[in-house]
Design a protein around this ligand. Structure first.
Ligand SMILES: Nc1ncnc2c1ncn2[C@@H]1O[C@H](COP(=O)(O)OP(=O)(O)OP(=O)(O)O)[C@@H](O)[C@H]1O
Length: 237
């Protein structure tokens, strides 16, 4: 397998005196979709935030494209090409879809074709139909897609998506799945934190199972699908 794009070892994090991540270790390879799955409160969001430097880690060894992330502030991590879409949809509600996309624009790395609004509208056809609409007139699912599209405007090599299917209508969940597959086809690696097992299983190549802040499994999605006992114990599915 190719050299990992993102590599995390022994990540530990606490809120006050309560430790919530214990030696979390995983790798994300270029062009793959990996699901970080686990029950409510297992530590998925904290893992993504700690990778991005938004939660301070008591121990962290992380590299992205060979650069150490250990002491970098969040904006520098993002500039290396690691995009992050939090659960709470960071869009500008007073701006239109097109204006929101412009706020995310950054130059693409050498040899890569940059994301443009037109390319993103092919990925998210429903955003194309509302390009002049303001964020505050969009549904939660539409805002979620805009948040992802805006992050792609920064031309990341990989993107961390926190629960993209949460609280959105089933028809939009399907569009979201197609968009994630298309992102992968365009060469963007995706680390997806998810509680929606069916959604994660349908689009991911590999999976990490996190339970009470510890990684219990890392392997192919096919392997995890076959391990009914582990799924029942750690995910309840
Ligand atoms: N700001 C905070 N202060 C204190 N404890 C927190 C904070 N955020 C999360 N926690 C706790 O840390 C643990 C891990 O939470 P985290 O949000 O990372 O889990 P999760 O797997 O993403 O769950 P969810 O799907 O509910 O977001 C939980 O026990 C949670 O209660």
């Amino acid at each position: 397998m190719s050299k990992p794009l993102l590599e995390i070892w022994n990540l530990c994090a606490s809120y006050g005196r309560a430790q919530v991540l214990f030696d979390v270790t995983f790798r994300l390879h270029a062009g793959e979709v990996m699901a970080l799955v686990g029950r409510n409160g297992a530590g998925k969001t904290t893992t993504l935030k700690a990778v991005m430097g938004l939660v301070s880690a008591s121990a962290k060894q992380a590299t992205f494209k060979g650069h150490s992330l250990d002491r970098l502030p969040t904006y520098k991590i993002a500039r290396l090409g690691l995009g992050y879409v939090p659960e709470d949809r960071r869009i500008f509600t007073d701006l239109t879809v097109e204006e929101n996309l412009e706020t995310g624009r950054r130059l693409a790395g050498a040899g890569r074709s940059p994301w443009t609004p037109e390319r993103l509208f092919r990925l998210f056809p429903n955003l194309a139909e509302m390009r002049g609409r303001r964020g505050n007139q969009m549904s939660g699912g539409e805002q979620q897609m805009l948040s992802i599209a805006r992050t792609l405007m920064g031309n990341p090599d990989a993107i961390l998506l926190d629960e993209p299917s949460e609280g959105i209508a089933p028809v939009i969940v399907q569009t979201m799945a197609e968009a994630i597959r298309a992102m992968k086809a365009e060469g963007v690696a995706v680390l997806l934190s998810e509680q929606n097992w069916a959604f994660a299983a349908g689009i991911s190549d590999r999976a990490c199972v996190i339970e009470r802040g510890e990684i219990r499994f890392q392997g192919s999605m096919t392997e995890l699908m076959a391990d009914k006992a582990l799924r029942a114990e750690t995910l309840g599915v």
